[in-house]
Design a protein around this ligand. Sequence first.
Ligand code: AMP
Ligand code: GLY
Length: 425
Amino acid sequence: MNILILGSGGREHALAWKIAASPLTTKLYCAPGNAGIAQEAECVALDLADHAAVIAFCKASKIDFVVVGPEGPLCAGIVDDLEAAGIKAFGPSKWAARLEGSKGFTKDLCKANRIPTAAYERFKGADAARQYVRKQGAPIVVKADGLAAGKGVVVAGTVAEAEAAIDMMFDGGLGQPAWEIVIEDCMVGEEASFFALCDGDTAIPLASAQDHKRVGDGDTGPNTGGMGAYTPAPIMTPDMNKRVMDEIIFPTVNALKKAGAPFKGVLFAGLMITKDGPQLIEYNVRFGDPETQVIMLRLMSDLLPALIASRDGQLKSFDLRLYPDAALTVVMAAKGYPGSYNKGTVIEGLEDAAQVERVEIFHAGTRRDGDHIVANGGRVLNVCARGNSVAQAQQRAYAAVDKIKWPDGFCRRDIGWQAIARERK
Ligand code: AMP
Ligand code: GLY
């Protein structure tokens, strides 16, 4: 089969690495891709917002199946447009992608179907929102509706902070004035990510993971797109995984099916594991980045037939096998990230680093410049490793990091610390 992956990050490199290894793959393309993905696939310069151009490429190159990475094109309806043009694609319809695109939609769906999540209210104006937080008290969480690349959430420790967040969001502090905000109770517990493949009718678990969002060691400093991750999340015991499927994933899949918008694709649940059990923080309708990089390392089964079964509504009898190992990734970012940073700085030592046992390096933001690989974004590399424990995976990943010569880059030195502390107990 001829396969096209859409996207250009570390997630898409990991997907390309796995799909390139499938016996079903004849020719693999990625648009737009990056310098690492170019080792697995032919990269094509396509504007993902231009659905007609993507469709024209698929027809010209006889693409049999498209795998969509990022949420932007999914929420813009690229799967609907590809399918309408007769091209099979992995991912949810525009309607089902509202699970990620609209926090209000997801909260209402949870309430109507008794899916455990924080109590909340939706607001279209600042006055009523301010009154609500004064009544509820702090801590409280203020969220702008719509895609905000992770920046639309303020966990407010005081009422004054919550009121400032409300004003900031309605006044356009996130770029555009929010048209609606959701205010919800603050949940207490440990966070984990959970991934399930869905085919519109049923779902199968893929894996759990945890990521480190803050830029600095000890989980300090500003939020980022993710500075590292590991899988599985130790808090996700077999019993907890089953509860998440029964209490959160299956009811969601059933609710969307009943509403006439069956969910196909990967459902990524951000969870808070509270003393009363798992609660949904939010949904994403795509693979996580950098979680996918580590999950692909643990996946023993061929990914491609599972993605096709998800698209075809055939997941029911599917069985995905994972290695029992742990996997961990350290993100290397350009100095200055998540603030301003330079592009074009030279990275060396990648081949050496990739020789470390059970290490795989996925590129997040790189470009080839003559004989050199140069940085081309904020998050630039994912140095990933498998091990029989998170501690061993961490030790291998940092051994590889230490072989990479990139004076303009940095990484955290403590990825996996909670999981490793738990392993020592
Ligand atoms: P979200 O973009 O909805 O995943 O939120 C970003 C982060 O804010 C989450 O990963 C949590 O750390 C935190 N958060 C969001 N909602 C809540 C909540 N209701 N209670 C506690 N923390 C939350
Ligand atoms: N790692 C979080 C995300 O992909 O949104």
